[in-house]
Ligand binder design. Structure first.
Ligand SMILES: C[S@@+](CC[C@H](N)C(=O)[O-])C[C@H]1O[C@@H](n2cnc3c(N)ncnc32)[C@H](O)[C@@H]1O
Length: 271
């Protein structure tokens, strides 16, 4: 799939996922987001960038960490994600954040202008994640840092068959290189190629918990990166894809629910 098409699939897919995202993913992604913020060690008064910010789950926690004298800018390729993030920030009267639609690979931001650049669970969707890390390096001030979290190795993520199942229905690939940047040392290498120093890496094992099959399917199909393809399936194709996915996660069924293993990789580096 060419890069422009991949970006469109992600942009409009996440537009569709935006209203469902927090319900299905907030708790499941919390361990990776907490590790990322822990490694970022944000300080009061700092200027922070949150790339691929989604609904602002990390952005708003960063805003609390840096206090009213600091500033956080959240960027995301999806207009709807930005809209949801803006309304949540407005509702909780967080004055030190702003959100703007922007591609992670082309940050329309001044060089050396942020103390810290963060990206939680966004790099897997960029056609060229190394370029996105290089952009984060460019906008980070000398002495500042970047921290990125991604999903880990495919064989460690029990839900991984969602991609081939959807790909088979659309005869295309919705997210072709999803697991590449979390495999082996790829993310650490992206950081060192971008110019970051003192790089550290953490791998976290996690478990995605779903109360039942309906919730497991909704999280996989409605609330994430395959949402655009899925929205175009007929009811029959939806039912077939659900059956395939449930068969693939059957090893992780616990009673009516599911406890699906997963892995996150979190990398931090200094400029
Ligand atoms: C799994 S969500 C993560 C959102 C948020 N960082 C969090 O931790 O909850 C992935 C986000 O990446 C965004 N995204 C995908 N491709 C992108 C790109 N090329 N540039 C910027 N954002 C992108 C999506 O729109 C979506 O909001």
């Amino acid at each position: 799939m060419d890069a422009r098409l991949q970006k469109r699939v992600q942009r409009y897919g996440w537009d569709k996922a935006a209203a469902h995202y927090e319900r299905y993913w907030q708790n499941q992604l919390e361990p990776a987001q907490t590790a990322l913020l822990d490694m970022a060690q944000l300080k009061r008064g700092e200027r922070v960038l949150d790339v691929a910010c989604g609904t602002g789950l990390v952005t708003l926690r960063a805003a609390r960490d840096i206090g009213p004298e600091g500033e956080v800018v959240g960027t995301d390729i999806s207009e709807e994600m930005i809209a949801v993030a803006g309304s949540i920030a407005g509702a909780c009267r967080t004055g030190n954040v702003s959100f703007v639609r922007m591609d992670a690979e082309a940050l329309d931001l001044a060089s050396s202008s942020f103390d810290a650049a963060l990206c939680a669970l966004g790099l897997m969707y960029a056609p060229d994640p190394e370029h996105a890390v290089a952009e984060m390096h460019r906008v980070t001030k000398s002495g500042g840092r970047a921290v990125c979290a991604v999903w880990g190795e495919r064989h460690m993520c029990g839900w991984a068959s969602i991609f081939p199942i959807v790909d088979a229905c659309v005869q295309s690939e919705v997210c072709p290189m999803f697991f590449r940047i979390g495999t082996g040392d790829a993310l650490r290498l992206a950081f060192s190629s971008a110019g970051f120093k003192d790089i550290s890496l953490r791998r976290l094992q996690t478990t995605l918990l779903y109360a039942d099959a309906t919730e497991a399917c909704a999280a996989a199909f409605v609330g994430g990166p395959v949402a655009l393809a899925y929205s175009r399936f007929s009811d029959a194709v939806k039912a077939m894809a659900h059956d395939d996915y449930l068969r693939s996660i059957e090893p992780y069924r616990v009673g009516n629910g599911y406890a699906i293993p997963g892995e996150f990789v979190v990398v931090a580096g200094y400029k």
